[in-house]
Write a protein that binds this ligand. Structure first.
Ligand code: 6GU
Length: 285
C-alpha cells in the first residue's frame, strides 16, 4: 500500500517505531528549533542525529540553513529530542504534514512540546533580540480565524474530548516559569500574542496597524499548526518567539538574513536558559 493510503494513525505508529528503536531512552520533552534557537543542538550531550531523509513518512526540509535532522540526546541529564528544521505551510506542505512530527513525538512518549520561532515585533515596546513567551495566538494561516478548511482530516471539535473553546493551548505554569527565568537571568522577556500568517511575504504598513489593533504582539509564519496538534493530543506546550525584526507602520525597513542571524546571536543564549529550565521543570512536576 502506498504510504498516503495508510490510515494516518498507522503512519504515525510506523514512524514512531522507527525513531524509538534508535533511541537509548524515550524523551519526555520534544523541542522544535526555530530560527534563533538552532544552536541549542550544540548543547545537547551525547547527541545522535537522524536525517529527515531517512525517516519514513517524514517531509524533507527545503530551506537553506535548515538542516533537517532529529537530534536526540541529554540536556542536564534529561533525555530530549529536538527537530532541527521544521515544515512551513508556505512551502506547500499541508497542515497535516506540518503537524505530523508532533504526533510522532507524542507517540514516542513526549508529553511536553517546546516550540520556538523568529517573528516580527508589532508591540512598540519590543526590541530586536527580545524573547516573547507566547500566551495565546491568532491563527490567520487560512485567512481570518475560523477559515480552517485544511484541518479537514480532524473531526469537528464538538466532542467531549475536544479542547475547551477559548482555552489557550499554551501551558500557564511553563510560561510563568519561562518569564521567571528571564527575570532571574536579567534579560527582557515579554508575554505576548503570536499572530500566524501564511506568508511567505511580509506585510504592509496598513496590515501591521491592523494586526496590532486586533491584539497581536508578534507576527510569524509557523508554530500554530504544531501547537494546535499538540493541544489536540494533550501535550503541555511552551511557545517562544525571538524578535528578529520590527514590524511596525512607523518603521518601514528591509530585513535580510544577516539581521535575523544578528538577532539570533542575542536571543539564542536567552532561549537556551529558558529551555533548560523548562526541561527540568517538566520532568520534575
Ligand atoms: Cl514582519 N511578518 C511575518 N508574517 N513573519 C515574520 C515577520 C514578519 N518577521 C519574521 N517573521
Amino acid at each position: 500500500k502506498h504510504p498516503n493510503q495508510q490510515c494516518p494513525a498507522e503512519r504515525v505508529l510506523r514512524t514512531a517505531e522507527f525513531i524509538a528503536c534508535k533511541l537509548a531512552e524515550l524523551p519526555r520533552v520534544a523541542i522544535i528549533l526555530g530560527s534563533g534557537l538552532g544552536n541549542l543542538v550544540d548543547y545537547i550531550e551525547d547527541a545522535i542525529a537522524i536525517d529527515y531523509a531517512d525517516i519514513p513518512n517524514w517531509g524533507q526540509s527545503r530551506i537553506a540553513g535548515h538542516s533537517g535532522q532529529l537530534i536526540f540526546g541529554w540536556l542536564d541529564s534529561q533525555p530530549v529530542i529536538a527537530m532541527s528544521g521544521r515544515f512551513h505551510r508556505y512551502e506547500g506542505w499541508t497542515t497535516e504534514q506540518v503537524s505530523f512530527p508532533v504526533r510522532v513525538l507524542a507517540a514516542i512518549g513526549s508529553h511536553t512540546l517546546i516550540v520556538s520561532n523568529a517573528a516580527g515585533g508589532l508591540n512598540p515596546k519590543y526590541r530586536i533580540g527580545d524573547i516573547v513567551v507566547i500566551r495565546d495566538h491568532i491563527d490567520m494561516l487560512h485567512g481570518h480565524p475560523g477559515q480552517r478548511f485544511d484541518y479537514g482530516i480532524y473531526p469537528p471539535q464538538t466532542r467531549s474530548d475536544a479542547p475547551l473553546r477559548g482555552a489557550s493551548p499554551y501551558d500557564q505554569a511553563l510560561s510563568e516559569k519561562a518569564l521567571e527565568t528571564a527575570r532571574l537571568n536579567g534579560f527582557p522577556a515579554h508575554s505576548g500574542t503570536y499572530l500566524a500568517t501564511l506568508g511567505p511575504t511580509y506585510e504592509t504598513r496598513a496590515e501591521y496597524r491592523f494586526m496590532r489593533k486586533i491584539g497581536a504582539d508578534v507576527v510569524g509564519m509557523s508554530t500554530v499548526p504544531e501547537v494546535l496538534q499538540a493541544q489536540r493530543i494533550g501535550m503541555r506546550v511552551l511557545g517562544m518567539s525571538m524578535v528578529s525584526n520590527i514590524a511596525r507602520p512607523d518603521a518601514p525597513q528591509r530585513t535580510d538574513h544577516a539581521d535575523v542571524l544578528a538577532a539570533a546571536q542575542i536571543a539564542e543564549p536567552r532561549m537556551r536558559a529558558i529551555v533548560r529550565e523548562a526541561v527540568q521543570r517538566s520532568t520534575t512536576s
